[in-house]
Design a protein around this ligand. Structure first.
Ligand SMILES: [Zn+2]
Length: 305
């Protein structure tokens, strides 16, 4: 334990020295309940009994712990150090695990996934995940936030922080749920997944003011990241396709025009009259690009003639 303690202090100074390019001007301070690193000699898991044995200053102690289903799988591949930390009235362990990834499946077909505003995700199979619950929570919080912000007291600030934390966790759960369903579907049907390469969506997408509040309340990047890493573990290939014209191109006749997209939800082709849900049309376009990329090994996008 003493060695760990020294190690932590040294690490802290090392990091500080790196940040300030060699000058350490102030003494580092440590909180009583700051995170403590443990290695495998000091902390072992008994998965059957769901208990862990941990070295404390008073000797070894056996403590029961809780872990979710995916965490249980990951724990079988524990590697390296863990961090013990205290948050919201309970102790947590951050455990490093090196989960082996499955061999990439060879796919001929691809599921296109459009990440949207009204529908959080729409697949080219026609499945969509709406964000109604998320929006309700967000709007309720927004109203409460406005009220609390006006107050501006310390108690109000604390409440604000608590609320935003709860909302974040709720969103994260939703993102886990949606990404799991999509990746499982791809795996089961032996297909890859195509997503738009949306590195700059916040700046680029044109959205009404009313939608913008909802929009910024949703973490697309998290959903995309969750799909990507779950796919990686499951051996499902992911194709990132250029987002240009995916929402303006008619999936029936290849015609590209901005006016094809009537509203956030409606798509109606100006040339052939084909109508569709805008997100579903986009998902099918994304699928097409994903299939082309899968077949040619090259990134291809739509070009306006
Ligand atoms: Zn058309």
């Amino acid at each position: 334990m003493a060695i760990r303690c020294i190690g932590k202090v040294v690490d802290s100074y090392k990091v500080r020295a790196k940040q300030s390019k060699g000058n350490i001007d102030t003494a580092r301070r440590f909180r009583l309940k700051g995170a403590v690193p443990f290695d495998c000699r000091m902390l072992t898991f008994d998965m059957e009994k769901q208990r862990l044995s941990i070295l404390t200053l008073e000797g070894r102690e056996e403590i029961s712990f809780k872990v979710g289903e995916s965490g249980r799988v990951a724990l079988q591949h524990q590697k390296g150090e863990c961090d013990l930390f205290f948050s919201r009235g309970a102790f947590f362990l951050n455990v490093c695990c090196q989960v082996p990834v499955e061999e990439k499946i060879k796919c001929e077909d691809v599921i296109g996934v459009d990440l949207g505003i009204c529908q959080l995700a729409t697949t080219s199979d026609g499945r969509s995940f709406d964000g109604k619950e998320i929006q309700t929570v967000h709007q309720r919080n927004q109203a409460a936030r406005d009220g609390l912000q006006k107050k501006g007291t310390r108690a109000a600030k604390r409440k604000l922080k608590k609320r935003s934390g709860r909302e974040k966790r709720f969103k994260k759960n939703e993102n886990h749920r949606i990404s799991k369903i999509i990746v499982e579907q791809a795996k089961r049907t032996g297909r890859g997944i195509a997503l738009e390469d949306l590195s700059g969506i916040r700046n680029r997408q044109r959205v009404s003011k009313k939608l913008r509040s909802r929009f910024s309340g949703w973490s697309f990047n998290q959903l995309r990241a969750f799909i990507s890493y779950k796919a990686e573990i499951a051996g499902v290939p992911v194709f990132l396709v250029p987002p240009a014209y995916t929402s303006q191109r008619c999936n029936e006749c290849d015609h590209i025009e901005r006016r094809n997209r009537k509203t956030q939800n409606e798509f109606q082709c100006m040339k052939c009259g084909h109508t569709d849900h805008a997100d579903f049309n986009a998902a099918k376009n994304i699928k097409l690009l994903g299939c082309r990329q899968s077949a040619s090994g090259r990134v291809v996008g739509f070009i306006r003639q």
